[in-house]
Design a protein around this ligand. Structure first.
Ligand code: COI
Length: 355
């Protein structure tokens, strides 16, 4: 059991009012978790303290070379008042995969889980209960050596902050329009595309701005080499339902291994719905569209859960998906995943972990 020192705030903030829409990532709870790392000493000094600014040296390596890893997961309150985390072990596993790729020391899995449970327990009162809301958990590690040379840092800070949230996209569950990027790429195989790190997201900003200017809310990325195969979309993985089969790009080193992605694949298998993880070219999607076989498209992610897509623009082609409403399976995946997260559906997968 991780030994965590707890210093409670003496000036608790007011909890958000029931009618607060909880705009994603704008409200933070009363406390945060911190733990330091130093070469030779390992991870140490686990503590929960009042939420506050950090004091870092301006030369801290994270500011210059972006050595950082982040994660995202959610906590929910069930109708009976239990607090559940959704598949935290998958996030912990992925965090350490990212850490290995980014030369950040791994965090022992049990300590990571103890830290998640302890900070969520401390600020449990902040878990919102209105439909479509949850407590978003953002664990991250930053390199803190005060040094301007390029090498892995010797010191790190592991932080967990919490934010009560509503829908990630302003559209909520309403279908969105997606624009396929053909100028820039997000990641290349052998790069850091499969790690959850800020660099992948800053690489996406230019295209996101372009897409917004064109009236599209998100960007779909093609592979960085042939500019032909579908990778992922915005802050999510992507799925297509074509002629009765659910298809998603196979993990190839440049795609983020999403936890919701994995949950959807497992649900398909449990429901006997054909599912394929494989290379998908944009031409194949366009052909399926022309032949009337493109039934549904949806994105998956922790923040967004399921985000149905009503339109895809690729060069001069505009593909309208279904009747512009949320597809049958997009709705079914959303209802099942949120039902499991909220403890409303019996968790035969053992995905939820009680705090
Ligand atoms: C998540 O879905 O949790 C993410 O980390 C995406 C993020 C960029 C909002």
């Amino acid at each position: 059991m991780l030994d965590i020192r707890i210093e409670r705030t003496t000036t608790p903030k007011e909890l958000p009012k029931a009618d607060n829409p909880l705009k994603f990532g704008t409200i933070f709870t009363d406390h945060m978790f911190l733990m330091n790392y130093e070469t030779g000493k390992g991870w140490h000094d686990a503590r929960i303290v009042p939420y506050q600014s950090l004091c870092l040296d301006p030369s801290a390596m994270v500011f210059h070379y972006g050595q950082e890893m982040f994660e995202g997961l959610k906590a929910y309150k069930t109708e009976e008042g239990r607090t559940l985390l959704f598949r935290p072990n998958k996030n912990i596993e992925r965090a350490n995969q990212s850490n290995r790729r980014l030369c950040i020391p791994e965090i022992p899995e049990e300590d990571f889980l103890d830290a998640l449970k302890a900070i969520v327990k401390t600020d449990e009162a902040w878990i919102p209960t209105k439909p479509g809301t949850s407590l978003y958990i953002r664990p991250f590690v930053i390199a803190t050596d005060p040094y301007l040379g390029v090498r892995p840092s010797d010191t790190y800070l592991f932080i967990i902050i919490l934010s009560p949230v509503g829908a990630y996209y302003p559209e909520g569950l309403d279908p969105v329009k997606i624009w396929i990027e053909d100028e820039y790429v997000r990641a290349v195989r052998g790069g850091i595309g499969e790690a959850k790190t800020g660099g992948n997201y800053v690489a996406s900003l230019k295209s996101q701005v372009k897409a917004h200017q064109e009236g599209y809310s998100q960007v779909l990325w093609l592979d960085g080499v042939e500019r032909k195969y579908i990778e992922e979309v915005g802050a999510m993985n992507i799925f297509f339902k074509i002629d009765g089969t659910v298809i998603t790009p196979q993990l190839n080193g440049s795609i983020l291994p999403g936890v919701t992605r994995d949950s959807v694949i497992n649900l398909c298998k449990a429901w006997g719905l054909p599912v394929e993880e494989r290379k998908i070219s944009i031409d194949e999607i366009y052909e399926a569209y022309k032949n009337g076989k493109l039934e549904e498209i949806f994105g998956t992610g922790t923040a967004a859960v399921i985000s149905p897509v009503k339109e895809l623009r690729w060069e001069n082609h505009i593909m309208q998906v279904g009747d512009g409403q949320i597809g049958e399976y997009s709705q079914k995946f959303y209802d099942t995943i949120t039902g499991l997260q909220l403890g409303k559906i019996q968790d035969t997968f053992n995905w939820t972990v009680e705090v």
